[in-house]
Design a protein around this ligand. Structure first.
Ligand code: NAD
Length: 295
């Protein structure tokens, strides 16, 4: 297929590379021009603007930070929707507010364009490996038609319901990840303070009920003092803000998420917003005046 891809950051670049590897023709744009040379070398057609990517494509795909960026590209500043062929589909892989997905889909419907919201989980390593988990909302027949495009970038592609359901599912994912990182940090700090090597605790519990993909990804980073993103604290704050909105709208309780949200806001205020979200451990380290190092 001929695919327009906008947003070639930590996630978007490896995803676009996997689409190229699968044999799709790509027209790409990012306002950070540094990445465009690399995409051209890999065989993508580099465009001078978002709007220009739309020419003659079957699919427009975005991997942008948040709702305002997607609205800006599709409807407001770049008005990509006006340039899309009428039989093309819009697939937004960004993690955005589910209400914004519904709003954008309603506007696109005025142009006769179908949309899927298809956010992902798995982070940069799985984006590189092509083993992301996609959670998808939209019409089932549209999902069935384009699921194979997503399978070029992911090992799990699950249909979750009508438009917006992909991003509701992603918010649920972000609750589990945030609370899990905090629990891992809390546990390893207790071990350290009680005189047991955090590495040995990790090795002992990772194969049991407490083990998780989050623990395997983040416990080594915490003990290595490696907070290079990965997934930035500021992006997770963005997701938890969207969780707050969604929970208020449907009156769902989120006591644990509220606590971790406050920790992330402390990190942002301390200048750690660009750290990986494993930096939640730093809040515990500040409280305990102790680093979660091995030994
Ligand atoms: P990123 O900041 O690395 O990439 C975003 C890219 O969008 C940047 O290259 C930026 O230049 C570009 N951009 C922003 N506005 C633009 C515009 N108007 N026109 C063209 N390009 C524009 O972010 P990321 O980590 O790749 O995350 C992207 C999305 O994926 C976010 O919604 C994030 O929550 C989600 N996500 C990230 C991860 C992760 O581990 N990083 C995992 C799952 C989901």
């Amino acid at each position: 297929m001929k695919i327009a891809f906008i947003g070639l950051g930590i996630m978007g670049k490896p995803m676009a590379m996997n689409l190229l590897k699968a044999g799709h023709a790509l027209r790409v744009f990012d306002r950070n021009t540094a990445v465009l040379e690399e995409m051209a070398a890999a065989g993508a057609t580099v465009c001078a603007s978002s709007a220009e990517t739309a020419e003659g494509v079957d699919v427009v795909m975005t991997m942008l930070p948040n709702s305002p960026h997607v609205k800006s590209v599709m409807l407001e500043n770049d008005k990509l929707a006006e340039k899309m062929p009428k039989d093309a589909v819009f697939i937004d892989c960004s993690s955005i507010n589910p209400d914004a997905s519904r709003e954008i889909a309603a506007k696109l419907a005025e142009y006769g364009i179908e949309m899927l919201d298809a956010p992902v989980s798995g982070g940069q390593p799985k984006a590189v490996d092509g083993t992301l988990a996609f959670m998808v909302g939209g019409k089932k027949e549209v999902f069935d038609k384009y699921a194979d495009v997503l399978k070029a970038m992911g090992s799990s592609v699950v249909y979750c319901g009508n438009i917006g359901a992909g991003n509701v599912t992603k918010l649920c994912n972000q609750i589990v990840v945030a609370v899990n990182i905090a629990a891992v940090s809390e546990a390893l700090m207790l071990g350290k303070k009680a005189g047991v090597d955090p590495e040995l605790i990790y090795q002992a519990i990772r194969g049991g009920l407490a083990g998780s993909t989050v623990m395997d990804a983040k416990a080594p980073m915490i003990m290595d003092r490696n907070f290079k993103p990965g997934f930035r604290i500021d992006l997770h704050i963005k997701d938890l803000n969207n969780v707050m909105d969604a929970a208020k709208t449907c009156d769902s309780p989120i006591p644990l998420t509220n606590q971790v949200f406050e920790m992330m806001k402390i990190l942002h205020a301390d200048g750690c917003g660009a750290d990986d979200h494993s930096a939640i451990a730093k809040v515990y380290e500040k409280m305990a005046n102790t680093e979660i190092t091995r030994g």
